[in-house]
Write a protein that binds this ligand. Structure first.
Ligand SMILES: NC(=O)c1ccc[n+]([C@@H]2O[C@H](COP(=O)([O-])OP(=O)(O)OC[C@H]3O[C@@H](n4cnc5c(N)ncnc54)[C@H](OP(=O)(O)O)[C@@H]3O)[C@@H](O)[C@H]2O)c1
Length: 246
């Protein structure tokens, strides 16, 4: 692997993004992470501080990333809006506008050969509705899926694949203790998920790793659920089971 190439992870300091940074580093990639705040301690990746809420022109960020680490092999989007302002404006900007600006900005900066891909972390709420997230999250994630389809043609012609993953709620380091100690919540996931458990960040990381590898060389423009099969269950079946009719 050339020293002058890298994996770029947008939102790679926490949760799934942090796990992915560790995974790509373990594979031997140089990794650059974009987020607002540099984590404490020695980092095994390069961190570039960017507030996507304020991003209107991706060019300076792209230039900084490429100057520091060279061409891009894989570009992964793990960010979501985590601000305190207006949720609609924030989610549209951080999730949708920033992803669009960065995809366009990096379009000419991918490696010239070998496998190249973009992976976008979307959500089950791109296709389904639920009260645990606001309207902005639903619309922004749905927009991401369509953005992925749009770029599957243009980026595909450049031999850069692009796919999305749609996870159900998952356990991550930051939430594991709280969620696992909530027995009724764990039981709920046992009861409604066909595979009888809540997801793990590792389940989603596995799919992103696959999509960012030559094993996925002919997969392009797809949005794939990581939900233990929840999305294929007819609600009547679920309602009957939860009500004790089955
Ligand atoms: N958690 C779940 O159960 C779940 C389920 C389905 C889908 N997802 C999706 O999975 C992805 C990762 O979620 P997560 O819960 O694992 O991680 P997370 O805690 O939401 O981490 C978000 C990342 O984005 C960065 N970020 C947030 N606002 C930013 C901004 N304005 N500018 C730059 N970077 C910013 C954060 O770093 P800084 O704070 O340093 O900026 C952090 O690295 C998200 O897209 C989320 O919607 C999560």
């Amino acid at each position: 692997m050339s020293a002058q190439e890298q994996v770029v992870i947008v939102g790679g300091t926490k949760g799934l993004g942090r796990l992915l940074a560790e995974r790509f580093i373990a594979q031997g990639h140089a990794v650059t992470v974009l987020s607002r705040t540099k984590p404490d301690g020695g980092l095994a990746y390069r961190h570039i501080a960017v507030d996507l809420e304020a991003l209107v022109d991706a060019a300076p960020v792209v230039e900084q990333v490429v100057q520091a680490g060279g061409k891009v092999r894989y570009l992964v989007f793990c960010q979501r809006y985590r601000g305190t302002g207006d949720a609609w404006q924030g989610e549209m900007q951080v999730t949708l506008n920033a992803t669009r600006l960065l995809i366009n900005g990096f379009a000419d900066q991918f490696c010239d050969s070998g496998d190249r891909a973009i992976a976008v972390v979307s959500s089950v709420y791109a296709q389904f509705v639920g009260g645990s997230q606001p309207d902005s999250y639903h619309v922004a994630k749905a927009g991401l899926n369509q953005l992925v389809k749009f770029h599957a043609w243009g980026m595909g012609r450049r031999n850069v694949r692009i796919n999305a993953i749609m996870p159900l709620s998952y356990l991550k380091d930051e939430s594991r203790r709280f969620v696992e100690s909530n027995q009724p919540l764990m039981q709920l996931y046992h009861d409604f998920v066909p595979l009888k458990r809540i997801g793990e960040a590792a389940d989603s990381a596995n799919l992103v790793e696959f999509l960012c590898s030559d094993k996925a060389a002919f997969i392009n423009g797809q949005s794939i659920f990581v939900d233990g099969g929840v999305s294929v269950v007819w609600p009547e079946e679920l309602a009957r089971t939860m009500a004790g009719f089955n």
